[in-house]
Design a protein around this ligand. Sequence first.
Ligand SMILES: *Cc1c(COP(=O)(O)O)cnc(C)c1O
Length: 322
Amino acid sequence: MKLENTTFKTPIHEITSLYSTDNQIFFKRDDLQPFSFGGNKVRIARKIIEHMYATGCDTLITYGNKRSNLCRVTTNMCAALGIKCYMISITDDDHGLKKAFNGEMAHLFGAQVIQCEKSEVDATVAKVKEKIVKEGGVPYYINEGDAVINQASTYVDVYNEIMEQSKEFGGFDYIFCASGSGTTQAGLTIGKLLNSDTAEAPKVVGISIARVKERGLLKLNEHINGYFAKNNITNIPAERISEEINLATEYLCGGYSLHTDEIRNACTQMLAVNGIELDTTYTGKAYVGCEKYLKDNNIKGKKVLFVHTGGLPLFFDLMNEF
Ligand SMILES: *Cc1c(COP(=O)(O)O)cnc(C)c1O
């Protein structure tokens, strides 16, 4: 497998809204990325591996939980490229969940899975690094400093891809995405800030699927300011940055992976109506949040792009529950 064949430019098309909206809703189908069931994590994992190689490292330490799409894709990519891989699997967010296809697959791909609680992550990572070094390897941990900043650049590229594609549709007024770690939203927001002289640029809105406002904004600021500092971009005033960070936390349903019957129904209805999968943790929750945001803010007659960030195995977790 060649790393450059794992991602491509994904299509944008209009969908039939599940709500009586006065807007046109379009999906950018990043769920169709051609590797490991697709999604934003394919683009991000490719950046991670490229950065790992560029920094002279050879053993990946990935991080997530049973539901983590990032862990599925990174462990799969490591298997495909013959890279040794450790997965730090956190147990806190499980809400009694026994099994999830993503977690099962990480085992299948031969990653060494190490379970711990969130409070033990730093100590566990330190131990794993020590082990790797002792065995002659050079560890690369995805969640620190430069690695994190590098990941934010992924969706800067996608913002530019969207702007190129949007001409065909006469431009978009909004770009919505699910916001978890904030990597995707931060990238899109940086893309917009770097092109802020572009007339009628779309408003980027993240629907928080895990974080409350304060923590969500803190992390987005870290991503964005980290990116600008790293790339020596100094001409964007702080007010412009805070102006462009739009994180909606009203549709959280209490926290990560928690959801309502309305979200469950949207996941199955979206498949019935448009033939597109959504899941209750990320895309389904964010799609319902997007529609509610439009209604709550009395937004009408606009062209709205929702970035479908993937997560297909989570749709099958939902099917398993029925
Ligand atoms: C990780 C993930 C997100 C959230 O992306 P972040 O960049 O972490 O905010 C959204 N949707 C799916 C399907 C994901 O796996």
